[in-house]
Design a protein around this ligand. Structure first.
Ligand SMILES: NC(=O)c1ccc[n+]([C@@H]2O[C@H](COP(=O)([O-])OP(=O)(O)OC[C@H]3O[C@@H](n4cnc5c(N)ncnc54)[C@H](O)[C@@H]3O)[C@@H](O)[C@H]2O)c1
Length: 448
């Protein structure tokens, strides 16, 4: 097979996983020929990492977003990897599909009904013409524990699912980070209902093998933001962490201290003014930090869902009630956050040695209980690497094509629509105070 040429749009933090995959386990498939980004410095940051690992690698050429067409014409990539801010995804996805170029797009697939409609048009046209493919990288599906749960439900062990209870807790490290940069504005991210919950809504759609139909939401910005800080008497806040005279403020993000944050963002500021350490208690935030939803599914099940972004611990709990039993998952990704020592990476359990951590130890547990039987714990296979080995499996599917998978983990654009539309519908429900029928948006929830 001829080596493939990959282009990547959006050379921020997430890009690293794809760059590393093409330098390491998937290097035999081809190489990165081009970067597209608004920020020259960030593109060069990735070049330096590539050169350090592969001094013989051909230089990756740089393009500004305005030169996207030229990039396609000159580089003729086989696939475009999209790791730009969410609101730009539809633009890159359609530009690539319209030229018959495969797309690997980060979640969320898009943030708006217009974005969905544009992608559907391109995806349907390309299917008839060139057969180019759009994959949405829902890495959570590949986490071994989430796959075990899919297998339990799919195999009918709890019968027909009647209802779901889903609670996701983002802590004051991971959760706070959405209030520092572009995510803090709905126009960029769709709010946490789209940016973050798209993972969760996709998991439920996939676990149930069902299609969401209705959504009702309540929520608000109740912890972060200037008004909440004033009401809680937090005093004068700086615009940026770096200007905070209290160096021990647990909501500070020290860009200088972390080589990746320094290289990718602090040293790149002069190019585009992207500020990565904005204070989480300042004006200008228009997304929610507490959300409660009721979602109805075509097959008859309903879900109660909550998301909080300022929890003292990070993890999730989901329970499925079925006609023949119940299955529950509880995951603690970080038991607590100490005010003086924390990292942005939620997979780093830096607090695990705290003496009081035995009350909420990090870990994961699936409990299955069929009617009339005692509960038992279902073993979860151990994986290595990001998301319990899930990231490696996802990358293999994405770059090498899906292996025959009884759990159907690879997600296409219809899956992307089904999860984004729950978030878009919930945003509409927050705005109007009414329940929303997803079909009323006029975009397809099923393959043509
Ligand atoms: N699946 C996951 O677990 C996961 C985790 C993190 C991020 N993500 C997704 O990855 C994407 C990127 O997130 P990130 O944290 O790397 O953000 P980031 O801000 O670190 O990087 C975004 C990059 O895009 C560039 N950019 C901005 N506007 C652009 C435009 N119009 N055209 C081209 N480039 C542009 C920025 O300069 C920056 O280099 C998001 O869609 C996010 O949802 C997914």
């Amino acid at each position: 097979m001829a080596p493939k040429k990959y282009a990547l749009a959006g050379t921020g933090s997430r890009a690293e996983m794809y760059v590393d995959a093409l330098l390491g386990p998937h290097a035999d498939l081809g190489s990165l020929v081009a970067f597209v980004d608004t920020n020259e410095h960030r593109m060069s940051y990735h070049d330096a990492r590539i050169a350090a690992r592969r001094p013989d690698a051909q230089p990756t050429r740089h393009y500004s977003p305005e030169r996207l067409g030229e990039m396609f014409d000159v580089e003729r990539p086989d696939a475009l990897i999209v790791t730009t801010p969410d609101y730009t995804h539809a633009h890159y996805v359609t530009a690539a599909l319209d030229r018959g170029v495969d797309v690997i797009c980060e979640k969320p697939m898009t943030t708006s009904v217009q974005g969905i409609a544009d992608i559907v048009r391109s995806a349907r046209r390309v299917k008839e013409q060139s057969g180019a493919n759009l994959v949405v990288t829902f890495n959570y599906r590949y986490s071994p524990r989430n796959s075990v749960l899919k297998d339990i439900i799919q195999s009918g062990k709890i019968g027909k699912v009647t209802s779901v209870h889903f609670e996701w807790c983002l802590d004051t490290v991971h959760g706070a980070d959405y209030f520092r940069r572009w995510h803090r504005n709905k126009a960029n991210s769709g709010g946490l209902l789209v940016h973050k919950s798209t993972h969760h809504f996709d998991l439920v759609n996939w676990w149930l093998g069902d299609v969401p139909e209705t959504v009702y939401a309540q929520g608000g910005l109740r912890f972060y933001g200037a008004q909440n800080a004033a009401e809680r008497g937090l005093g004068e806040r700086p615009e940026l962490s770096r200007d905070n005279p209290n160096r021990n403020d647990p909501f500070n993000l020290d860009l200088e201290a972390d080589p990746k944050l320094r290289g990718l963002y602090l040293e790149a500021e002069a190019d585009d003014g992207y500020l990565r350490d904005r204070d989480v208690f300042t004006e200008g935030i228009d997304i929610e930090d507490n959300l409660s939803l009721v979602v109805g599914y075509r097959g008859g099940a309903s879900m109660a869902y909550t998301l909080v972004a300022h929890s003292p611990w990070e993890g999730y709990r989901v329970a499925f009630n079925g006609t023949e039993g119940r299955v529950e998952i509880e995951v603690v990704e970080r038991g607590s956050v100490s005010p003086d020592k924390h990292t942005l990476d939620p997979s780093v359990a830096e607090d695990s040695e705290r003496p009081d951590e035995n009350v909420r130890p990090e870990g994961q547990r699936i409990i299955l209980q069929r009617l009339w039987e005692p509960a038992h714990e279902v073993p979860i296979p151990e994986g290595t690497g990001g998301h319990g080995g899930g990231d490696a499996m996802l990358l293999s599917d994405v770059f090498r094509g899906p292996a025959s998978d009884p759990l159907s983990r690879q997600a296409g654009y219809i899956d992307g629509i089904r999860s984004v539309l729950v978030g878009v519908g919930a945003n509409e429900s927050l705005r109007t105070g009414q329940a929303v029928r997803l079909a009323d948006f006029g975009v397809p929830l099923d393959d043509a």
